[in-house]
Each structure stands twice: as structure tokens, then as C-alpha cells.
Design a protein around this ligand. Sequence first.
Ligand code: PSU
Ligand code: MN
Length: 305
Amino acid sequence: MQPFLSFSPEVAAARAAGQPIVALESTIISHGMPYPQNVQTAREVEQIIRDGGAVPATIAIIGGKICVGLTDEQLELLGQSPEAMKVSRRDLAYVLAQNKLGATTVAATMICARLASIPVFVTGGIGGVHRGAETSFDISADLQELAQTNVAVVCAGVKSILDIGLTLEYLETHGVPVVSVGQPGFPAFFTRESGFNADFQLDTPAEQAAFIQTKWRLGLNGGVVVSNPVPEAEAMPKEEIDAITVQALQEAAENGVTGKKVTPFLLARIKTLTQGRSLATNIALVKNNARVGAALARAMAEHPT
Ligand code: PSU
Ligand code: MN
């Protein structure tokens, strides 16, 4: 796998020194947030991870390589280039073999983090089972990746643009544990509660690390969802986000949006319909996840599996 991996100097030094590393995805930069807030947020999230005592490794596909750790120029490129492709498991080999510019989703970032032996990954929200999936079959490849790839994913739950109940059922079927931090409830990204509980509440990084490492030592392959609710002060009012979600879903259907375009379309519409307020919440929750992820990576590094 080494021929495909290219480490930034910062990440290479961290690997050599055995320091804790936190993987970060890049679809959130290219397709999840507008420029320039996307690049600004990516830099700030990286700094929060450093301040938390770990080393950030933002992952993207550039020049036929899986880049693990990006320079400022590479972050800018991903943040601005209309060429950047959204890369999930299906697309990874194509983008590498064709030397294209690729931004990795949760699924693809998990694959790359695993190749680079990074067990902790921080993002905003994971993909899931879309509403109406019983007819559209639209289930994010993120869930299947969680079923098989040994990486812990720190997130703020899943958005209510998805069917949260079916997403949790799918994860249960595939043996993916859903942990919550600081509350029993599984969060719904913009809001702290989804109406569903996580499987296990584990508040401290030591407990989270012990649980994740026990799973892997048992030979139970696959990821763990570590769900961390958005801070109260930055959460959005539930009624507002619910109404806007319904409208965005309706617009997606009216415009015939399908496949990999669905999630970016919904994210962009929600941002516009909330006059940008959803973006502030999005940024706040990713930063909050970076704090939890850095602490978890440190705890995991104490007893490497
Ligand atoms: N959900 C968000 N923000 C995001 C994404 C999901 O709140 O940026 C991105 C992530 O990269 C995730 C991907 O892995 O969308 C899921 O896309 P799809 O539903 O097409 O699998
Ligand atoms: Mn999909």
C-alpha cells in the first residue's frame, strides 16, 4: 500500500515519533461547505487537534497519491477547485489511476486512514439511510464501510435529511456500535437530540478507547461511531431545521437529484434556506468533534492495538 500513500512532513514526523494522529476528511471541504469558510474551518480544526495534543492528517487524492496531511496550498486547491471529485469507496481506484483531484468521503477517508494505520477520524456528520430508501435504495457507502473498516469515527450524529431510525437499524444489523458522549441520546447534527438513544454512553476518552480496542482485540472488525452532540449554544431550533429539511428534500425530488449529488444538494439548500445559520452550527460542531477526537487519539495511543 505504501506506493499510494504520501505523508506530509508533519504527519511523517508524528508517525516516526509514535504520536497520536487524527484523520480528517476532505469532502466536507470540497462539497460540504462554501469557500472560503471551508478552508478556514479546515485550518482551524487542524489547529484544535494540535492544541489537543495530536497531529491532524487531512486526507485527499492528489496527483495519483493518497495524501495524508495536506499543505496550505493543497487545502486551498480542494476548497476552490470545481474539479475536485467526491470520492467514496467506489471512486477511489479511478481517481488514483486517472491522476484526478479527489475529496474523500467518510467511507473513503476510513479506507485511507486504515491504510495509514490511523485509528481515529473526525468529521461533522456521517452519511446514512436516506428517507425513502425502500424505493430509491439510497444508502450511503459510509455505513458499509463502518461495517468492515477498523476506524473510530467521531461525528455529531446524522442529519435529519436522512432516516435516522433506519440508519441506526442498518448499523445494528452490521454490528457497528454507536457510542454517545455526555448524554444517552444520539444527536441529529444540527440538534442535540434525534429522538433515538445511542447504544452506549461513554463520556471519557479512556472508556471510549478501552471499548474500541476491546472490540478490535476480539477480532470484531469494523468501525465505531462516536457521536458527540453540538454544543447547546450553537444548536439550531428543531422546528426550523425540520421545516427546512422537508423543503430541501422536496426540491431534490422535484429537480431529479440522485446518486452522489443528493447529499451535497441538500447541504447547500439547507445552508441557503437558513441564511447561512446552519453553516455556523456546522462549523461549531466539527470543532467540538475535533476536541473529542484529539483526546480519543491520545487515549488510544497509550495502548496501541
Ligand atoms: N453529511 C454532512 N456533511 C458532509 C457529508 C455528509 O453533514 O459533508 C459528506 C461526507 O463526506 C459523507 C458524504 O461521507 O457526504 C456522504 O455522501 P453520500 O450520502 O453520497 O454517501
Ligand atoms: Mn447516496
